[in-house]
Design a protein around this ligand. Sequence first.
Ligand code: GDP
Ligand code: MG
Length: 163
Amino acid sequence: GLPVVAIVGRPNVGKSTIFNRLIGERIAIVEDMPGVTRDRLYGKGEWLTHTFHVIDTGGIEFGETDEILTQMRYQAELAIDEADVIIMIADSRTGATDADVELARMLNRTGKPVVLAVNKADNPEMRADIYDFYSLGLGEPFPVSGSHGLGLGDMLEEVVLHF
Ligand code: GDP
Ligand code: MG
């Protein structure tokens, strides 16, 4: 079958925005409130000669016992199980948070290839903010802007290397 790419990350980092960019349709729900996208959403992405499935997970929030968050974490774990490549999204504006560190540890343990995208890098100056993210131990962070459609080609070039 087609390679499966799962998008994971904390609520509100821009997973659904990037998912929409990858599938080229407005199917995923983008909301301002953290954590509102609870369901896994599947779409088909195409880039250059590559076709792949994309999963938008509901996000992973650590250190919470809330039932919705537990459910989202479970769904993300399922997505991680199904994925050939995982895109972890972080937020250039917050830097690497404790939850990012926790998630990165979890992803490192899966042994699956992980591509780290640092979103909301909307202008060239903000690309400098990504160096903090090397500390997550996931290799080179790729600055992207989901809402402006920037940097996604470089990110995808890294993703398809693992197909
Ligand atoms: P999710 O919870 O991870 O799925 O995040 P969403 O895709 O729903 O986005 C959360 C918020 O961040 C929304 O208000 C988006 O408009 C905003 N957002 C997403 N990508 C970008 C970006 O590249 N730059 C900026 N400035 N905002 C973004
Ligand atoms: Mg979402």
